[in-house]
Design a protein around this ligand. Structure first.
Ligand SMILES: NC(=O)C1=CN([C@@H]2O[C@H](COP(=O)(O)OP(=O)(O)OC[C@H]3O[C@@H](n4cnc5c(N)ncnc54)[C@H](OP(=O)(O)O)[C@@H]3O)[C@@H](O)[C@H]2O)C=CC1
Ligand SMILES: O=C1OC[C@@H](O)[C@H](O)[C@H]1O
Length: 379
């Protein structure tokens, strides 16, 4: 057997998700039956201080006595000069993704650093288009780190829906992601300056379920849906507390109902319900980390009632962010610039749908967040 490809990561920022992702990188890939790739964290950077980066390595990742300790940097720019870094995990709030990824791509010119970004790609579609164009121009790998796209559950769901067509033609899809975030005007979820609001943070998941089920329905031939959206704003900071979109997929004659809410949590029944002519598929809670889905086919009595529900379980051996990391590593190994399972066109369309929802709901971020550099492609 050939030796595994070893992917060297640099972690940019040391907040909550950076720790979760990095700890997943440190798990033995054999625990998820993966043998062809391995991960190594070679560097960590914090914009706060080198001491913070060091504490992240020593304490958050418990690597104080590790034989090969990651280097700790007090600025992102310094880490990007490290030639050992193959790929960067950008873990800042999404208000900063655009400038941080630009920074990584620009550094790639000198250090051949590869880049990966945290979801959602950016604040708006123009910024995403610029990053995709720049990565292409520089021959660098770029992917939206939408971890659930890489879950084995997702592959099985796609197979049952689109190849085996177990529930026949899809007729209607309902997806919801809600979390009860206590109001704190400074928190990234509520703060407009940090790209706050439910749509970008939570709606990315409800929209993903629509994309996987309806946009990827072969009958729709990857035609973007018509969007009808409504937004309720948080009275103090003005970010969207709740966004509901009705997505109209004309070719397949289907409607998707998609919503996000930062005040009330998703009901514990299901994250997404897909109704077809022959039965239903229900994806379990929570929408951002489901471990099962179930299928109920209609009985033969004129297809009126549903039969017994069969559940398909996909337990996650860790947090579950390693599957996207494995996909990124395989792309680097094989010289691919984006993952087949989640091409950058998906991220672009997602941002366009979100832009349209915000436009219809009358919600814009401060100009300093919606900016694009003067060399961004004209749209
Ligand atoms: N996939 C998932 O399950 C999840 C994804 N996320 C996504 O991850 C991203 C980060 O979220 P999370 O880790 O929870 O956020 P945190 O606030 O915990 O961490 C963000 C980090 O970004 C860095 N940063 C740099 N500049 C700023 C700034 N001006 N304000 C705040 N932070 C700054 C800081 O690290 P430093 O000081 O070291 O530079 C900070 O610790 C978001 O896009 C979010 O949507 C969040 C939770 C779950
Ligand atoms: O990705 C996410 O998943 C769960 C939430 O905690 C978080 O805010 C969101 O960004």
């Amino acid at each position: 057997m050939s030796s595994p490809y070893i992917c060297n990561w640099g972690i940019l920022a040391t907040g909550g998700i950076a720790g979760t992702f990095a700890r997943d990188l440190l798990l033995d890939p054999a625990s998820r039956d993966v043998a062809d790739v391995q991960h190594r964290i070679v560097a960590v950077a914090s914009s706060s201080s080198a001491a913070r980066a060091q504490a992240f390595v020593d304490d958050d990742l418990a690597l104080r006595d590790a034989p090969q300790k990651p280097s700790a940097y007090g600025t992102y720019a310094e880490m990007l000069k490290n030639d050992d870094v193959h790929i960067v995990y950008v873990a800042t709030p999404h208000s900063l993704h655009y400038e941080n990824v630009l920074q990584c791509l620009e550094a790639g010119k000198h250090v051949c650093c590869e880049v990966r970004v945290c979801k959602p790609m950016t604040i708006n579609a123009k910024q995403t288009a610029h990053l995709i164009a720049l990565a292409k121009e520089k021959n660098l790998f770029l992917m939206e780190a939408l971890w659930i796209r890489f879950f084995p559950l997702m592959a099985e769901l796609r197979k049952q829906l689109h190849e085996q067509r177990v529930i026949g033609d899809i007729v209607r899809v309902e997806s919801y992601n809600g979390m009860a975030f206590a109001f704190d005007a400074q928190h990234r979820l509520w703060n407009p300056e940090l790209g706050g609001g439910s749509l970008l943070d939570l709606g990315i998941y409800s929209l993903t379920w629509q994309m996987v089920t309806l946009f990827e329905d072969p009958r729709n031939e990857r035609t973007p849906p018509k969007v009808h959206a409504t937004i309720i704003k948080q009275p103090q900071t003005g970010v969207d507390e709740s966004t509901t979109m009705l997505l109209e997929f004309a070719k397949s004659h289907t409607h998707g109902v998609c919503s996000s809410n930062a005040v009330v949590r998703t009901h514990h029944a299901y994250s997404c319900v897909i109704q077809g002519t022959k039965g239903d598929i229900s994806v379990a809670f929570p929408p951002f980390r489901p471990e099962s889905f179930s299928v109920a086919l209609r009985n033969d009595d004129a297809l009126k009632t549903l039969g017994a529900r069969k559940t398909y379980d996909f337990p996650i051996p860790g947090h579950g962010m390693f599957w996207e990391a494995d996909a990124a590593a395989r792309c680097l190994r094989d010289g691919k610039l984006q993952p087949e399972l989640h091409p950058n066109a998906n991220a672009q369309l997602t941002m366009e749908i979100m832009d349209e929802a915000r436009k219809q709901g009358g919600f814009a971020y401060p100009d300093k967040l919606e900016w694009v550099r003067e060399d961004a492609p004209q749209q």
